[in-house]
Design a binder for this molecule. Structure first.
Ligand SMILES: [Zn+2]
Ligand SMILES: [Zn+2]
Length: 565
């Protein structure tokens, strides 16, 4: 069953130069998808995604892959290929282009989303449409798009012909066999590539822990019908702003139920516009209503609004609604809010708080834990096995997931008879080589993450984030040391100020003790340190840290201030 059409003889006939694959992100986490494909000195980049941070990274707005490896090959990059329009695949494109400018290939909808994002950053790029049936040539590579089913329309798997063999990247996919044509994976095209011979299959591992097959979008219809039937007031639906197939279905139901449809929140409005322009979202103008007139012009029982912010993002429209602070929209008794998305791992607490706040406003909340208002866009075990059977690759490289998913994907394949020595479980920065001598891992390359703050400019140093984390757990302690300008000796007993450190009384008693400790440390300096403030600060920091750790089991940030009089 797994006899790949690529025999040993085939490989000898192919290029003696091996093909190299280097994941810069996405193998070991959900997000940051970015895979470098390299043959001789020609380079392609597959996807350029970001990662949304969680509460453990205070003040960090987004995370992008470290594109140093690409920057070092900036003259050799032949193209950037985008599989689909999700942020974890396109969100770091501006940074990839900064590292190495190149033509960007993607489906019309993907490029529509990309154009908006780039414009926000004041950038432009050479965007080229990629469509099934019309392959494009990028350097020595020939790229074919294959339609796949996923939660955003116009998603592709890519078959990339290289002189060393065919690489097939699944992108994010499920099989979706019973969906309408645009929402179905083109299994015939996949199996045709299987017949021709696939050297390496890169396959989505997100839902490898789910048995069976992933359901189609139509599965959400009954739950939404029930919500519309029983809600006397407004219905708010929050899903990813890219989930066009779901938005279409829910909007159709709303219209049948005599409700106007509104889009609230910048992302929601932007993406709906892009999809409507391309004819991928079809809503009659008569059923649309403008966001800034909702409160006055539409009776609650005539409204269904799609609202950004299903992950509880602090400044999103839904988050403002949940706190009664949105300009155009409010909820109360009789209204229902549907969270039609799964909480991204790490966001569970934020989403839970959002739900509580919506209940405080008096609204009813329906979410994937209480009704079938969401289906995944990623394939379960049966979908993954079907892709493997269709494409019969020589090698399988599980991608898109935490290490545990990649490892389980390898085991799933092995359990179904795929030869274990032809599965390569790799992590970010591993350089994989596929050639006549087989597959092997070469020396690792530079790969990592760049943390961005709200401005999206420059990287936040890891140390900044570490400091913020330390501040959030144990607070800050500031000893203020007054020294004689000429002699460097202590002028008075040091003051110690603290914030977020300990409860008032035990904290004050401890810090009173610490004052004499700091005084001793300053007095006890050797002569050569007396006029060196940096050494003085370092000594105080060290002593005070040791003391607070021993006496209070705390590790606040200690920031000594030295002043001269
Ligand atoms: Zn996706
Ligand atoms: Zn993805």
């Amino acid at each position: 069953m797994w006899s790949s059409p690529i025999s040993h003889e085939h490989l000898e006939a192919a290029s003696p130069t091996p093909l190299r694959l280097i994941p810069l992100g996405g193998l070991g986490e959900f997000g940051l998808n970015a895979m470098v494909l390299e043959w001789e000195d020609h380079v392609l980049l597959l996807d350029a995604g970001l990662l949304f941070p969680n509460a453990e990274l205070p003040g960090v707005e987004s995370i992008v892959p470290d594109f140093r490896y690409l920057a070092e090959r900036r003259d050799n990059l032949r193209g950037i290929l985008l599989t689909h329009g999700h942020e974890d695949h396109i969100g770091a494109l501006a940074f990839a282009l900064q590292a190495a400018p190149a033509p960007v290939y993607g489906s019309p909808l993907t490029l529509g989303f990309v154009r908006k994002r780039l414009r926000e950053r004041g950038r432009s790029a050479d965007l080229r449409v990629l469509e099934p049936g019309t392959p494009v040539q990028a350097g020595p590579f020939r790229v074919h798009a294959i339609r796949v089913a996923h939660s955003v329309l116009d998603s592709f798997a890519l078959a990339i012909e290289t002189p060393a063999g065919v690489v097939l990247a699944s992108g994010d996919f499920k099989i979706g066999a019973s969906g309408p044509p645009l929402e179905r994976t083109d299994t015939e095209a996949l199996s045709a590539w299987g017949d021709r011979g696939v050297l390496v299959l890169l396959s989505d591992s997100t839902n490898v822990e789910c048995p069976g097959k992933t359901a189609d979008e139509d599965d959400v219809l009954p739950a939404f019908e029930a919500v519309l039937a029983r809600t006397p007031g407004r219905v708010l639906v929050s899903c990813f702003a890219t989930s066009i197939p779901r938005i279409q279905r829910v909007a159709d139901l709303a219209r049948e139920a005599g409700r106007f449809v509104a889009f609230v929140g910048r992302r929601m409005v932007d993406n709906a516009e892009v999809a409507m322009d391309l004819g991928l979202l079809r809503l009659p103008l008569s059923s649309l209503t403008l966001a800034d007139r909702i409160a006055d012009s539409v009776a609650p029982n005539r409204l269904l609004a799609f609202v950004s912010g299903s992950q509880g993002e602090p400044l999103s429209a839904l988050s403002l609604v949940s706190q009664g602070e949105h300009r155009d929209l409010a909820v109360g008794p009789g209204d229902t809010v549907v969270l039609s998305a799964r909480a991204i791992p790490g966001n569970e607490r934020t989403v839970s708080r959002l739900i509580s706040n919506l209940y405080r406003q008096g609204a009813d909340v329906v979410h994937p834990g209480t009704a079938r208002v969401h289906v995944s866009g990623h394939g379960s075990q049966e979908d993954l096995l079907e892709l493997l059977r269709l494409t019969r690759p020589r090698y399988l490289v599980p991608v898109h997931g935490e290490y545990r998913m990649l490892a389980q994907h390898a085991r799933l394949a092995a359990r179904h008879g795929f030869p274990g020595d032809r599965v390569v479980v790799a992590e970010d920065g591993d350089a994989l080589s596929f050639g006549p001598l087989g597959a092997r891992k070469e020396a690792r390359v530079a790969a990592g993450r760049i943390l961005l703050d709200r401005s999206g400019q420059g990287g936040i140093e890891d140390v900044v984030v570490r400091d913020r984390r330390q501040l959030s757990s144990d607070g800050v302690v500031v000893p203020v040391i007054l020294l004689d300008k000429r002699t460097g000796s202590l002028e008075s007993v040091p003051e110690i100020v603290s914030r977020g450190f300990m409860d008032a009384r035990p904290g004050a008693e401890l810090l009173a003790e610490a004052r004499s400790l700091v005084a001793e440390a300053v007095d006890g300096r050797p002569a050569e340190e007396r006029l060196d403030h940096e050494l003085t600060k370092e000594r105080v920091r060290r002593e005070l840290r040791r003391f607070l750790k021993k006496r209070a089991q705390r590790r606040p940030m200690v920031v000594p201030v030295v002043m001269e009089v």
